[in-house]
Ligand binder design. Sequence first.
Ligand SMILES: [Zn+2]
Length: 165
Amino acid sequence: MNRALDLAMLAFGKTHPNPHVGCVIVRDGQVVGEGYHPKAGQPHAEVWALRGAGQAAQGATAYVTLEPCNHYGRTPPCSQALVEAGVKRVVVGAGDPNPLVAAAGIATLQSAGIEVALMDGAENQRAKDINTEFLARMEEEAAIEMARLQALAKSREAAGAQHSD
Ligand SMILES: [Zn+2]
């Protein structure tokens, strides 16, 4: 995981508005692929690492500093790419509070039968530290989205109450 974090740092300050992410793929104790997200619009760390690993990704363990994305943005979701590559286990440095990802990346992996481990302790802290600004922004967006949904539910309730009069 520390190697993946070092990779993520190679693009420090260059990935805005995206987070800094690194990925290392290990099979039988050997690094078979690694990569990092160089900048917005470029493939994500997982994609570079999977490209490097090729067939060797089958049955391998992927170390990713941040929960793999699960939505179609400018690139297809990394959770899907990891599933298709036949990775057996994914170790995640930190969960992603992005409302579009929020545990969905991990859920996608698990429902495909991939074993997922979330880091704790020093490595989890370091994984969070490299994306302080991004994580704070996503937590804020998640809070806004939650407030929006609650307001929507309330106004529906109010509308429903009116109709039943
Ligand atoms: Zn991704």
